[in-house]
Design a protein around this ligand. Structure first.
Ligand SMILES: Cc1cc2nc3c(=O)[nH]c(=O)nc-3n(C[C@H](O)[C@H](O)[C@H](O)COP(=O)(O)OP(=O)(O)OC[C@H]3O[C@@H](n4cnc5c(N)ncnc54)[C@H](O)[C@@H]3O)c2cc1C
Length: 295
């Protein structure tokens, strides 16, 4: 029987930062710790019905490359944070930018300044080892609390057990272990150019460097010792458009959806960027954005 907590035939268009039109067969949102209890039943249902599960935070690193996904989408929306000295404890669905700003304005601690405008949740930032302006999750994470849907247990993983790599960890692109909360030690963040700036100064730098709109940020990972944006720019693709989607003139690794674009426009632009960079530089670009295709 379908678990009663699942919402059927759910529109998820607004749940990915690209805003491509999409629906899923089933949807579930974790808003409270008690909602975690239903996960085992959902998992068993997914096995019984052969339905894949996608786990999502704010969807700022996801492209839904489907009109309908025959599976279950679980959204992590546990909110809240706590500061005790230099130790920051966050719930996985809380927003990185909001907490980073409050750490500065309410706790008088500038260490997270470089993350003030980093979109998405703490769960997403941990899974993807997010980073900007020289600071990555792995640099100051102490441990994470996860719920294992298969084994039906809560576990604590140290930062080393998360096996962080550039824009990834063993918790990315899997749905067995859901990050519920995490602890960070802000004293591990060294002095840098950004944490000596005022908030308005930092915001104006970030605004200058990054385009806004329906985008998932950097589409491709930076190849070793290179910048994907520089390569795409040098291949002459800034401003190139496929349907309603274009490569930003401001930052060539950002694809911007002008509201009406479909996933096929985004994939066409991805293929073009890859082809041009491969032909000009012999470098194969690898996606940073997680692309979910319908089976
Ligand atoms: C304008 C813009 C600028 C950006 N700039 C940067 C930048 O400077 N640096 C950078 O690193 N990224 C950047 N990004 C990408 C994005 O902000 C990060 O990848 C972010 O950490 C994703 O968080 P999210 O909550 O949206 O995760 P989602 O996109 O929802 O998910 C990303 C991955 O994390 C997994 N995940 C999410 N929550 C959990 C959880 N609770 N438990 C287990 N797995 C989970 C998902 O399954 C998925 O594999 C940018 C994006 C945008 C739109």
């Amino acid at each position: 029987m379908t678990p009663s907590c699942l919402i059927a035939d759910y529109d998820v268009t607004g749940l990915s930062a690209f805003h491509t039109e999409a629906k899923v067969d089933y949807f579930y949102e974790i808003q409270d710790l008690s909602d975690v209890r239903a996960l085992h039943e959902i998992y068993e249902f997914s096995i019984h019905k052969h339905l894949p599960i996608i786990l999502i935070g704010r969807g700022t690193n996801f492209l839904f490359a489907f009109k309908r996904f025959h599976g279950i989408l679980i959204k992590m929306n546990l909110r809240g944070y706590n500061m005790n000295g230099d130790i920051l404890t966050v719930s996985a669905g809380e927003l990185v930018s909001l907490v980073s700003q409050k750490v500065y304005t309410e706790h008088n601690n500038p260490r997270l300044m470089s993350w003030v405008w980093l979109p998405g949740t703490w769960g997403g930032a941990i899974a993807g080892n997010a980073g900007c302006f020289g600071l990555e999750t792995k640099d100051f994470l102490i441990d994470v609390e996860v719920y294992d849907m298969v084994k039906w247990v809560h576990e604590t993983l140290t930062a080393a057990q998360c096996a962080f790599i550039y824009r990834g960890s063993k918790l990315k692109a899997q749905a067995q272990r859901i990050i519920l909360s995490a602890r960070f030690d802000l004293s591990r963040i060294g002095e840098n150019t950004y944490n000596s700036m005022s908030l308005p100064e930092f915001m104006s730098i970030r605004r200058e460097k990054q385009p806004t709109g329906y985008t998932c940020g950097s589409f491709f990972k930076n190849p070793p010792g290179e910048s994907a944006g520089r390569l795409i720019d040098a291949a002459g693709l800034k401003g190139t458009r496929m349907g309603w989607v274009k490569i930003s003139e401001q930052h060539a690794n950002f694809f911007i959806n002008d509201e009406k674009g479909g996933y096929d426009d985004i994939l066409a632009l991805r293929d073009l960027a890859r082809k041009c960079v491969r032909e000009k530089f012999g470098i194969e670009l690898e996606e940073e954005v997680r692309i979910i295709q319908a089976k």
